[in-house]
Write a protein that binds this ligand. Structure first.
Ligand SMILES: Nc1ncnc2c1ncn2[C@@H]1O[C@H](COP(=O)(O)OP(=O)(O)OP(=O)(O)O)[C@@H](O)[C@H]1O
Ligand SMILES: [Mg+2]
Length: 221
């Protein structure tokens, strides 16, 4: 589903050059639930952002669902990303001025949908994460675990085949973290969604199919 070949990422500023990823090759199968671990600064978010086409590698190729992405222009890339991928971040990235339902509808604005369809799909996604009773709330009126569930609803509303999650339980206590993990596991098992998750938590990683470890930009396991 995702195929990375010889990925290198160099960040350059005026004075320093950082090799954030060093020759990473990685294949993620359709329906796989993969976790990525490693110390802070080892390149986990960089790798996830490259998989998610949010950032381009300095070298190497990224193929998603057989599509070679290097050749896509910005507009094509945005459309491809919107259709194929859902993102979940540690800090939720919700829009605080918008009600929960409107937050969840956002990815659908870039698709050919009517307002009524968007409303229905967003309500369905919120039902899946158990938040049907919070649709008219604002994100600031929710707990951390509830905010992350809204973020998951937003990630799945467009039915992406792939979900990329960057420490989705990082800001949550273990009870709420487990709830989020159960939702992700359910999506993987029941809908066949391919999931790549960065985590600091060995317990969470153990619940996934496969673990990749990074150290200093290189894959060590
Ligand atoms: N925009 C940037 N400009 C320059 N260097 C960067 C940039 N983004 C990341 N880096 C560097 O690349 C390396 C990898 O960063 P990355 O954010 O991928 O780490 P991480 O494994 O996700 O860490 P954490 O667990 O703390 O989130 C780090 O050394 C970081 O300083
Ligand atoms: Mg990170």
């Amino acid at each position: 589903m995702i195929s990375l070949q010889n990925i290198e990422k160099v960040y350059r500023t005026d004075t320093i050059q950082t090799l954030a990823l060093n020759n990473i090759s990685l294949d993620v199968a359709k329906g796989e639930f993969l976790s990525i671990m490693g110390p802070s600064g080892c390149g986990k978010s960089t790798l996830l952002n490259i998989m998610g086409l949010l950032d381009a590698p300095s070298k190497g190729s990224v193929r998603i669902d057989s599509q070679q992405t290097n050749s896509l222009g910005d507009k094509q890339l945005a459309a491809f990303r919107n259709k194929k991928l859902g993102f979940i971040f540690q800090s939720y990235h919700l829009i605080n001025d918008l009600q929960v339902l409107d937050n969840v509808e956002l990815p659908l604005l870039y698709r050919d949908t009517t307002a009524k369809q968007r409303r229905e799909l967003a309500a369905q996604a919120l039902e899946k994460v158990g938040l049907s009773n919070r649709m008219k709330h604002f994100p600031t009126q929710l707990s951390g675990g509830q905010r992350q569930r809204v973020a998951i609803a937003r990630a799945i509303v467009g039915r992406p085949e792939i979900i990329l999650a960057d420490e989705p339980t990082g800001n949550l206590d273990s009870v709420m973290g487990n709830e989020i993990m159960d939702i992700l596991t359910g999506l993987n098992q029941n809908e066949g969604t391919t999931i790549v998750m960065v985590t600091h938590d060995e317990n969470m990683a153990r619940k996934t199919h496969r673990l990749v470890r990074l150290f200093d930009g290189s894959q060590v396991q």
